[in-house]
Design a protein around this ligand. Structure first.
Ligand SMILES: [Zn+2]
Length: 153
């Protein structure tokens, strides 16, 4: 799942739970990542695309685009309903597991002990392989809906 999708899920949970404390929101956002990873995303081919000789460059390009879209979505939410440390913290927390994974990929070795194995055990737990187009469309639609809802409150 893309960072923007994880951020949408984490921020939505925090908002609906009425969590205002940024530290708690960060933790809830972080935990939401592992739960969201159980849901089939259909973007597994993107993960495979980031392997191989040009994989790192591709990964950085995807992360840059994903991050820019996330910042634009958060900017739209804050422009509409006002700035919220809790929403920002939940969004950042929801990205942490993938950031840790990315740092290990950049370093080319384990940096965070068993975290990588724990993180990837949840990925596509049910082994449902959606076609990439369907996965991206579903993930994009759910993400857009969640950000629209976040902005509407
Ligand atoms: Zn993940």
């Amino acid at each position: 799942m893309f960072l923007i999708g994880h951020a949408a899920v984490g921020a939505t949970i925090v908002q609906f739970a009425g969590i205002e404390n940024p530290a708690l929101a960060f933790g809830v956002g972080w935990l939401s990542h592992y739960v969201a990873d159980f849901v089939p995303h259909g973007d597994e081919p993107v993960g495979k695309w980031t392997e191989g000789p040009h994989g790192l460059r591709r990964l950085l390009a995807i992360v840059a685009l994903d991050g820019i879209l996330l910042l634009l979505a958060l900017g739209a939410v804050f422009a509409r309903r006002g700035f919220s440390w809790a929403v920002l913290a939940a969004s950042a927390g929801a990205c942490v597991p993938d950031v840790l994974w990315g740092l290990e990929k950049l370093a080319g070795r384990k940096l965070f002990g068993p975290h990588g194995a724990f993180h990837f055990r949840n990925h596509n737990y049910f082994h449902v392989n959606l076609p990439l187009g369907v996965g991206l469309a579903l993930q994009g639609a759910v993400t857009a809906l969640l950000f629209w809802r976040l902005a509407a409150v």
